[in-house]
Ligand binder design. Structure first.
Ligand code: IFG
Length: 504
């Protein structure tokens, strides 16, 4: 794509989010997808073939082209190869070359090919995202891209407890975050208002604990088959699911289901409000840990990923010594089931072993307990409430969301450095970032879209792109170019006044 004579450098570059490590235009070069284009995937690799089929699944509906996918080498068409990539790309990076004759993505893993496909998508016209046939031409500007992520943990969280979202909605969420190279989906499965996952040894959790949600609606839950299917769908997008069973607080739904989990042995009433911190399982009762063992045992068997998130937040009714004792009895159960614990940062009070992870949701860059944990060897995932919480209002006029962490506009979500945000936290203690969407005020797809877009791409860029590419003016220009794609995809994004949406 030859840069127009009067264009300043950045306007002639393709608008990719997250920003790649290196992108070099090939002026005067254009690749055109046509009815004869085929997709060639690395011979002998079923995983590469799956990425090829995924890509064809995006391109076929909008172009109307057959786009056959077959294993084999080629110097024409779309080529997904697991050889020839510069080792610098690592486990998730890729090299992308677009020439007149071929679009070639080289990686060392299928995850890297998948990441390269997300970049290739953004080189094609927005109409490529359509579910029905559109007029072409289907051109991509000639480029060479060398790319790999800054952090291995790039997450988004969906709270399906406050408001329940059926599997199809979660799959759509997965598909959208995959477009921005997010590679972890944290599912907040349990809270005061609902228990959302079938546990066969504890049937009352869903029989009694899933019947409602915030506002009194009918709630719902995932059968184990549905959960396995969600995990498989995420895996096909190279996303690892991190399921959360929040303990000891945020447990009213479990307390409704099993009287013995209550300190007084009396089952609680269902709760449909949005207060927090009022519930706790009985800390000292053996029945509690037998319950946890049953739940985490089944959850671990359903979860191929390495992590179980055990929550730990806002146990406001639990004295600190009891809370620490609880965490210290809980963590061995996670390990017994072969998983690594992840928890909200409060559980660091128990000074857990260095292999467990903490998810920090503070708002003050002064977090001595986090720094102390890092010094003990714990790695952290950063989710600062005033930067990454997607349920925060954009501004005082925004109808949806909460505001306990303050207003979070796009620039607030973008303009911070995970590697230097928490004072005194060593950069190498940061495993990555995660953007939580809590759903107290989120009832349906449009609500998800308006809170998640356009701020999730900001967090995704912080997780993927090198610090050297960090630039608000560049980002806001590239973000504006996402809007035509969201419109085609039916994403009801919030048109933040901070972005020049019409200057695309
Ligand atoms: N804090 C609670 C969430 C949710 C959130 C809403 C954490 C770890 C406020 N805990 O964030 O359950 O209510 O913004």
């Amino acid at each position: 794509m030859a840069a127009p004579a009067d264009a300043t450098p950045e306007t002639s570059l393709p608008h990719i989010v997250p920003a790649p490590v290196e992108l070099t235009p090939r002026p005067g070069t254009t690749f055109t997808l046509d009815a004869d284009t085929a997709v060639h995937t690395h011979p002998g690799s079923p995983e590469a073939l799956e990425v090829g089929e995924y890509l064809a699944g995006i391109l076929r509906p909008s172009t109307g082209y057959p786009l056959p996918v077959a294993q084999g080498e080629s110097d024409r068409g779309v080529v997904l190869s697991l050889s020839g990539a510069d080792p610098v790309v690592g486990a998730e990076g890729y090299r992308l070359d677009v020439t007149e004759d071929a679009v070639t993505i080289r990686a060392t893993t299928a995850a890297g090919l998948f990441a390269g496909v997300q970049t290739f998508r953004q080189l094609l016209p927005a109409a490529i995202e359509a579910a029905d046939e559109q007029p072409g031409p289907w051109t991509a500007p000639g480029v060479t891209v060398l790319d790999h992520p800054r952090y291995p943990h790039r997450g988004a969280m969906l709270d399906v407890a406050r408001h329940f979202f059926p599997p199809a909605e979660v799959k759509r969420f997965i598909d959208l975050i995959a477009g921005y190279k997010i590679n972890h989906l944290h599912l907040h499965l349990t809270d005061d208002q609902g228990w959302r996952l079938e546990i066969k040894s504890r049937p009352e959790l869903t029989a009694r604990g899933s019947l409602t949600q915030v506002g009194g609606g009918e709630g719902g839950f995932y059968t184990q088959e549905e959960y396995r299917d969600l995990v498989a769908h995420a895996a096909s997008r190279h996303i690892t699911v991190i399921p959360e069973i929040d303990l000891p607080g945020h447990t009213n739904a479990a307390l409704v289901a099993y009287p013995e989990l209550n300190a007084d042995g009396v089952a609680k009433e269902p709760y449909t409000g949005i207060e927090v911190g009022f519930s706790s399982v009985a800390i000292g009762s053996d029945a509690t840990y037998e319950f946890i063992d049953d739940v985490l045992g089944e959850l671990a068997a359903l979860t191929p990923g390495p992590y179980l998130h055990i929550g730990g937040d806002e146990a406001l009714k639990t004295p600190e010594d009891e809370y620490v004792a609880f965490i210290r009895r809980l963590l061995p159960i996670v390990a017994k089931h072969g998983k690594t614990a992840l928890g909200w940062h409060e559980y660091l009070k128990a000074e857990p072993a260095p292999d467990v992870l903490a998810q920090w949701w503070g708002t003050d860059p002064k977090a001595p307990e986090l720094v102390a944990a890092a010094e003990r060897g714990n790695k952290v995932v950063l989710s600062p409430g005033n930067r990454s919480y997607l349920d925060m209002k954009y501004d005082e006029h925004f109808a949806l969301g909460l505001k306990w962490a303050g207003y979070v506009e796009v620039r607030d979500a973008y303009d911070w450095d995970p590697g230097a945000y928490v004072e005194g936290l060593p950069a190498d203690a940061v495993l990555g970032v995660e953007a939580p969407l809590w759903t107290e005020t989120v009832e349906r797809r449009e609500h998800i879209d308006r809170l998640v877009f356009p701020r999730l791409p900001a967090i995704a860029e912080l997780g993927w792109s090198p610090r050297t590419t960090h630039d608000w003016e560049s980002f806001r220009g590239r973000l504006a170019a996402q809007a035509p794609r969201w419109k085609v995809q039916g994403v009801d994004f919030h048109p933040s006044p901070q972005i020049a949406w019409d200057e695309v």
